[in-house]
Design a protein around this ligand. Structure first.
Ligand SMILES: Nc1nc2c(c(=O)[nH]1)N=C([C@H](O)[C@H](O)COP(=O)(O)OP(=O)(O)OP(=O)(O)O)CN2
Ligand SMILES: [Zn+2]
Length: 148
């Protein structure tokens, strides 16, 4: 799916990279109030990850596009998201902050990408994750501004 994504908040990084990819996954929301979403069902998620930075690596990359994609797809594609430890690993007593809703999946993609960027030394930062769950529903996750 090709689409125009909302811009991240204004920033002063010289480079801004965007990587789009998709993955197919099943999930359920373990709350009665979620109605039919509490039953196992699947989506093709469309994701756009935005990374900013000033310093390129030895390949001339801010971060390799394909590594961003692999990081998320290899973990979630053709899986039941609820089985992933980030979403409680199938535990029965769960905190809604870890239910695999679009909001939480978007935040989790941000966490995975930022953790990988933090292992590198060029100071790149994940500025935004756009995650489309259905043709009519998507979430944008943006980290809090860094101070100091
Ligand atoms: N804030 C959220 N609301 C809902 C979520 C969610 O993750 N965050 N998830 C669901 C369901 O899991 C469902 O997959 C998506 O719901 P919805 O957009 O209602 O799906 P439809 O395709 O049926 O939408 P229509 O536009 O009404 O056809 C529900 N809510
Ligand atoms: Zn769903």
């Amino acid at each position: 799916m090709q689409q125009i994504y909302p811009a991240p908040p204004p920033h002063v990084y010289r480079y801004e990279l965007n990587k789009e990819f998709h993955f197919a996954a099943a999930h359920y929301i373990p709350a009665e109030a979620a109605g039919s979403c509490s039953r196992v069902h699947g989506h093709t998620y469309y994701c756009n990850v935005t990374v900013g930075g000033d310093k390129l690596d030895d390949c001339g990359f801010l971060v390799n596009f394909s590594e961003v994609k692999k990081l998320v797809r290899d973990r979630f594609d053709h899986r039941l998201l609820n089985d992933d430890e980030r979403f409680g690993g199938g535990a029965s007593e769960l905190d809604p902050q870890h239910f695999p809703t679009t909001e939480v999946v978007a935040r989790t993609v941000w966490e995975l990408v930022q953790e990988e960027l933090d292992r590198r030394d060029n100071g790149a930062r994940c500025l935004q994750v756009f995650l489309r769950e259905t043709p009519s529903s998507y979430v944008i996750y943006r980290p809090e501004a860094q101070h100091g």
